[in-house]
Design a protein around this ligand. Structure first.
Ligand code: EPU
Length: 301
């Protein structure tokens, strides 16, 4: 969707917003898939309410894109403008065991920065791609660790009330790959409380997780991580593997031959191919196991 409203175009610089015209979102997602639209890069959180008011008034639909590492975006010209928060400098600020992190900060870099300052807890999250905001929204987890455990406060933009809101950790429910945030809440910043731990010990934990990840996940291929959530007590990847689905593909959308719950873009996969692969695989699992897999990846179609 292209912004043509002159009032908005004139106001953007004052709001601290850069516009990338007709951006291809395939360049902004880890899957390398996604259609085209105007991408608005927001440098100041405080501008969001006014920006959204203007988009609303002019009738432009919009969505917020985080790190692009857990999303499957449809092909073609998109029916929404895409908003994206630009990383501030510094992304992370420490005060004792409290860590204040901007939602646009890279999750891996944040874990490393905290580790270097002898703050642990999030070691298992080191290889999870994407931003801190994306991790928060999904309650990202790996190797027995979930980010929600450490959250003490979240600043967000609440689309429903069109306002900036601060929530205490106790007001938010963090479950397996699910949180009580509204689907259109936009994460802006978080306060974490992390346990003290010597850097060397954290580093040992990080090395072990990295090694496990490297040996079991297709890290050098374009993917959005795991496509399906694990049903209670079962590994979706193992089920797909048992069904012989590794390397099964629709065009260039392919089930990884390394970890069957990772679907990779092996060339020029389209969203339509990826969606067809997801549906076909889900159907196969339903027929064989009587389980309906739920997507872990966010789908915008
Ligand atoms: N397995 C297979 N074949 C496969 C994949 C897995 O047999 O193709 C077996 C493994 O050998 C293992 C079991 O299934 O015995 C579980 O596999 P793994 O340890 O890889 O864990 P997972 O349940 O498949 C989850 C998360 C990952 C996270 C890992 C490590 C979900 C959907 N996935 O995977 O998260 O990195 O544990 O903690 O919860 C993600 O969220 O995108 C993601 C990749």
């Amino acid at each position: 969707m292209r912004i043509e409203d002159a009032k908005i175009l004139v106001a953007l610089p004052d709001l601290g917003v850069d516009r990338l015209e007709d951006a291809s979102l395939s360049e902004h997602t880890s899957l390398g898939i996604g259609g085209t639209t105007d991408l608005l890069l927001i440098k100041r959180h405080a501008s969001i309410p006014q920006l959204v008011r203007m988009l609303d008034a002019a009738g432009y639909a919009f969505k917020f894109l985080g790190g692009g590492s857990n999303v499957l975006i449809r092909d073609g010209e998109l029916p929404w403008v895409m908003l994206h928060l630009v990383k501030p400098d510094p992304e992370v600020r420490l005060e004792g065991n409290f860590t204040y992190v901007d939602a646009a900060a890279d999750l891996g870099r944040t874990v490393t920065f905290c580790a270097k300052n002898n703050l642990g807890g999030m070691d298992g999250l080191i290889g999870v791609p994407g931003t801190v905001g994306g991790a928060l929204r999904m309650n990202a987890g790996a190797y027995g660790i979930q980010i929600g455990t450490y959250v003490r406060e979240v600043e967000l933009y609440r689309a429903e009330t069109r306002s900036l809101v601060t929530l205490r950790g106790a007001e938010i429910r963090f479950e397996y790959r699910h949180t009580s945030f509204a689907h259109d809440d936009i994460m802006l910043a978080v306060k974490l409380e992390l346990p003290s731990k010597p850097f060397k010990e954290i580093l040992d934990g990080i090395r072990i997780c990295n090694e496990k990840r490297r040996s079991s996940q297709p890290l050098n291929q374009k993917s959005a991580g795991c496509i399906f959530k694990n049903p209670p007590g079962v590994s979706a990847g193992r089920m797909l593997d048992e069904l012989g689905l590794k390397s099964f593909h629709v065009g260039d959308a392919r089930v990884s031959d390394r970890h069957a719950n990772f679907f990779v873009n092996a060339g020029n996969a389209t969203a339509a191919q990826m969606l067809s692969l997801i549906d076909t695989v889900r159907e196969r699992v339903r027929n064989s196991y009587g389980i309906t897999l739920e997507e872990e990846v966010i789908i915008w179609k």
